[in-house]
Design a protein around this ligand. Sequence first.
Ligand SMILES: Nc1ncnc2c1ncn2[C@@H]1O[C@H](COP(=O)(O)OP(=O)(O)O)[C@@H](O)[C@H]1O
Ligand SMILES: [Mg+2]
Length: 572
Amino acid sequence: MKTFRRVLEYSRPYWWRILISVIASLGVGGMDGAFAYMVAPLLKKIFTEKDLTVFTLLPLIVIGIFLFRGICRFLNDYYIRTAGQLAIQDIRNDLYRNNMGLSLRFFNAHPAGALMSRVLADVAVMQDGVANIVTGFFRDGFGVLSLIAVLFFRDWALAFLSIMVIPLTVYPAQKIGRRIKQLSRQSMGSMGDIAGVLQETFSGVKVIKAFGLEQREIERFYRFNRNFYGFQRKSIKYEGLSSPVMEVITSFGVAAVIWFGGSQVMHGRMTAEAFFSFVTAMMLLYTPMKRLINSYNTVQRSLGAAERVFEIIDERSEILEPAEPVAIERCEGRVEFKDVTFRYGEEEVLSHINLRAERGEVVALVGPSGGGKTTLVSLISRFYDVNDGAVLIDGVDVRAIGNRGLTRLFALVDQETILFNETIANNIRYGKTDATDAEVEAAARAAFAHDFILAMPDGYATNIGDRGVRLSGGQRQRLCIARAILRDAPILILDEATSALDTESEQMVQQALNNLMANRTTFVIAHRLSTVLTADKIAVLENGRIVDVGTHAELLARGGLYRKLHDMQFAR
Ligand SMILES: Nc1ncnc2c1ncn2[C@@H]1O[C@H](COP(=O)(O)OP(=O)(O)O)[C@@H](O)[C@H]1O
Ligand SMILES: [Mg+2]
């Protein structure tokens, strides 16, 4: 009921469209009635009274009635469906906007394909329901009520008998409706699984082909698809059961009416014509009633999807915005980890981290993979909140700065070279949306990307295409570096930012990065120790703990894990 109300709430801004549609639907019904009503007197006038004027007018009347009915029908359809689409559009927008506000933790837990499926498939199923709520419930509900009124007008005792069975249909209808809603939820979840597989296999097609796993993936897809069919089948069963069950129940009403009405006729208390006309009206009543129940089922199905949609709309990020964000106007870029402990799940990924980066310092993080380096820097930008301790920027807890203020303070380059289906210039502009062409070019030059960009078909206006298939890994990485350069933020985070470059371009880019690092605080993670030699401070991370901190010379002299890593790399 709550979900139902929320769906209606979304239709409310479009109430006038719904109103026009309802009025127009009355026009359609009214014309049907008028036509049926006018047939008898018209025929009488033409054939019995031989009225020529009515006869010549008749074609015009027929055309007029159908023209008016046609216009009403169009308005009815057009306005109700656009109202439905507009409401659905709002729901989809809300869903997407809320999704964007959610944390990385949420996205880690929900595969992209499954989320896409909610935005597309679940919302599409909701759409059926929204239109049905209004048209079905209004039109058929109205029809049922008016026919019941006619029955009572004819013969109240028989009418009472015939509608006595209606309450009996409520229980099975509810039971079936509830089951349909539940199955709808399950089948939409199953559709999400299918979308998840699609997203995974289409984006990972290269690995699948390289390892010859096509058949395995096809079978996996078949399995998910079969699963989906299983839910659909049950859902079809319940929807198919609905009409027969209702008909059997209402047959009791018909039987009672025939028995009681028939005896009335036999005892001469009722004419046979009156009896038959009553039975006809009663049969007429069952048609809109059946449609009403079908609408009810459709609405239940859409509510199943709606629940899943509202789940995401109601999802709140665990990264809370401070009530009164602290504004950092001129950021110096001092970063401090104060006794930070962090877990993704149960296990501690970072334990009691203490680390300071003074203004303009370069802090390198080294250590075996899985040691927690990426996790550590992701706490600065508050992709996750610490479980214990605090991360401070200029002495202010990052949790007090507020999202908008915080994102302005840093630029990030990592191994994931994410580019968007846009022009090269716009991809660089993600770093600073209002940058001029000259600024974009300067950033590209600094990242040693300018030359290869000019060699592209349309230079800076070249569209990168889906996931930048036409660029090499190193080129992609240089575009990401250009983006960070353009951002011109006081804190720079480089997580394996040069991993995809060959040694030569790495040296060039390193030079660009050195320029960039000059007057800002930098956290650099690099697997090649050569790039961290000149860092002001090197922190060695192992199993989520900082096991040593110092300069290259100090750490080498001390001969711990750093020495080992160093010797392994430079042994030859
Ligand atoms: N999103 C995540 N969810 C759960 N565990 C994670 C996630 N990211 C990393 N981990 C785990 O945290 C530990 C540290 O990972 P990470 O910070 O990526 O290490 P590094 O960057 O030093 O290689 C690893 O054990 C890894 O499995
Ligand atoms: Mg890492």
